[in-house]
Design a protein around this ligand. Structure first.
Ligand code: AQP
Length: 328
């Protein structure tokens, strides 16, 4: 049976990219195996976070998981810092990883570029991510395309550990969507859509109200050809909008290309916006119900308890393998 783990950082309002690249898959995978979905708050603090805002973002992200369709009867939903073994195994993974490997991570390069002060944890982040996954012996990790490199490192670390100390960790496989693995910014189709982009017009937040979505899609950059066809090299912006439209409306890109043959960008954009609004509106309603309910906190408590049971046992095994003696 598949064992699935994936996390999302509570570093701001989720974007449509996070939904299409990650959360949409999570919902589909619930019926295929044992799933653990995690609000990775320890990852979020690798860049400065305002405590009050972080508290809100953690609950908000958990509510969004549930609103998107994660069923707590089927999947485990938890907050990373509620299970202390994540941090503990994270340290052991830092002691397994090499500086050279971490230096090659493009996400670190992107996120540290031009910054005066960069926390050490931003550099060691992939070691903690490896711990998150290996702690539960996950067999599959659904992620967007940008996390592929981190997942390869996770596999390397697991193999290295197993080689040195004996079979301990399961080697996980990534699950990356073929369409929608990398949704691009609306203002610049060469950059991925990102929730921490300071330009609000670059992303659609899952909580944006309809008017805002329409405005953002209308202002999205395009090209001068005025023809709707999928071509990531020549027409990255239109290709991105086609991808979003296809996934929001459950149609294929080919269907849309023939449907919009000869139709201009204005009409196309307004239909893209409508499709996104139809996707997000029901989710936003369910979100409001969850965020206002105490049930949310009960779900997170139950999730943490269930996850901790496995994690505690796993850590006993890992420490024993490494030669760290038990306290008693
Ligand atoms: N643009 C995207 N297209 C498809 N998938 C994406 N993901 C992120 N952006 C896109 C996927 O969403 C999951 C959660 O991501 P994360 O919160 O762990 O952090 P991230 O990958 O760094 O995403 P963001 O939105 O860019 O956050 P910030 O701005 O805080 O760094 C992952 O599976 C990711 O692949």
């Amino acid at each position: 049976k598949k064992k699935i783990f994936s996390g999302i950082q509570p570093s701001g309002l989720l974007t449509l990219g996070n939904y299409i690249g990650a959360m949409k898959q999570f919902v589909e995978l619930q019926d295929e195996g044992d799933c653990i979905f995690c609000v990775v708050d320890l990852h979020a603090i690798t860049v400065p976070q305002e405590p009050e805002l972080l508290r809100q973002n953690v609950r908000s992200l958990a509510a969004m998981f549930l609103a998107a369709g994660i069923d707590p009867q089927k999947a485990t939903l938890m907050v990373q810092s509620h299970v202390k073994e994540h941090a503990e195994l994270g340290w052991l993974m830092q002691c397994t990883a090499y500086m050279g490997e971490l230096e090659r991570m493009t996400q670190f390069k992107d996120k540290s570029e031009g910054k005066a002060a960069v926390n050490a944890s931003l550099f060691t982040y992939p070691a903690l991510m490896a711990a998150d996954i290996l702690l539960y012996d996950a067999t599959h990790v659904p992620v967007g395309d940008d996390q592929k490199q981190h997942l390869e490192l996770t596999r390397d670390l697991a193999q290295r550990f197993n080689g040195r100390f004996g079979e301990t960790f399961t080697i996980p496989e990534p699950i990356i969507p073929k369409v929608g693995g990398r949704i691009m910014s609306l203002d610049d189709p060469s950059k991925k859509m990102s929730k921490s982009n300071p330009n609000e017009g670059s992303f659609i937040s899952l909580l944006d109200e309809p008017k805002k979505i329409v405005r953002k899609v209308k202002r999205a950059v395009t090209d001068s050809e005025n023809q709707i066809r999928f071509d990531e090299q020549e027409k990255p912006a239109i290709s991105n909008l086609l991808t979003i439209y296809a996934l929001a409306s459950n149609q294929t890109i080919e269907q849309l290309e023939s449907q919009y043959d000869g139709i201009g960008y204005g009409a196309f954009k307004s239909d893209v916006a409508d499709a996104v609004v139809s996707l997000l509106e029901p989710m936003q309603q369910r979100y409001q119900e969850w965020i206002e309910s105490d049930e949310l906190d009960r779900v997170l408590l139950a999730g943490a308890e269930k996850a901790a049971e496995y994690a505690e046992q796993k850590m006993i095994e890992v420490k024993q393998r490494m030669g760290l003696i038990p306290r008693e």
